[in-house]
Design a protein around this ligand. Structure first.
Ligand code: UP5
Ligand code: MG
Length: 196
């Protein structure tokens, strides 16, 4: 059977990764897996042994151990009934531990086609998340304190991962300060380059 194809969607907290993915799903029908959403779903399960651990990491903007996140991604990929076998993995890998775990557990099972990097200033990212928090997102990390920590983690841990992929020629940069539609239209030019 054909191996699933993956594009990672990376960028700062509130850069618009999820919004872009929703546009892509609507127009192309690919599968969107947000690592953050998968962790929030796991946290919400009364039977989960990881609920508290996940919540602590999310609130502090730190990164959940890769074994947990990667297992959730793996399961979501395996249970997907989408005929495309094309997956947008949003918000992962975020640090070296994530990358090592992915390489160990998943890299042989999939084909990594590219990385979309949503570039957005810290100020705009923060304002977007605060606005979302104020309008009732219910996310325990949409507050000023968590946002400072989320951004620190992004700069210290995630940017080096993006830079590593950039050196491998896998990164497509998009200015995600534009409107969601413009961001999507830009990304639509990238897909033919990877055969999507
Ligand atoms: N918005 C979006 N695009 C816009 C645009 N172009 N113009 C104007 N407004 C725009 O957007 C954020 C807000 O901005 C929304 O209100 C949207 O309408 C508006 P969204 O599309 O949600 O941006 P996104 O980049 O997805 O922001 P998100 O808050 O989800 O980013 P994070 O990376 O911080 O959150 P995530 O859910 O990925 O992770 C949360 C936490 O989970 C992490 O901090 C970490 O603790 C944990 N985590 C792990 O430990 N491991 C993982 O692998 C993943 C997560
Ligand atoms: Mg998101």
């Amino acid at each position: 059977m054909q191996k699933p194809e993956v594009v990672f969607i990376l960028g700062g907290p509130g850069a618009g990764k999820g919004t872009l993915c929703r546009y892509i799903v609507e127009h192309y029908g690919y599968v969107h897996l947000s690592a953050g959403d998968l962790l929030r779903e796991e946290r919400a399960k009364p039977c989960s042994e990881y609920g508290e651990l996940i919540e602590t990491h999310i609130r502090n903007g730190t990164i959940v151990p890769v074994e947990i996140t990667c297992s959730l991604i793996d399961r979501a990929m395996q249970t997907s009934e989408n005929p495309h076998h094309r997956f947008l993995i949003d918000g992962f890998p975020r640090n070296q531990d994530n990358l090592d775990g992915w390489n160990k557990m998943m890299a042989d099972k999939v084909i990594l086609k590219g990385v979309i990097f949503c570039e957005c200033s810290q100020e705009v990212c923060t304002q977007r998340c605060l606005k979302r928090g104020a309008s009732g997102s219910g996310r325990s990390d949409d507050n000023e304190q968590s946002l400072v920590l989320r951004h620190q983690t992004y700069l210290k841990n995630t940017l080096p991962i993006i830079e590593m992929y950039e050196q491998q020629g896998l990164v497509y940069k998009v200015n995600s300060m534009k409107t969601p539609k413009e961001v999507f239209q830009d990304v639509a030019e990238f897909f033919p380059k990877i055969g999507w």
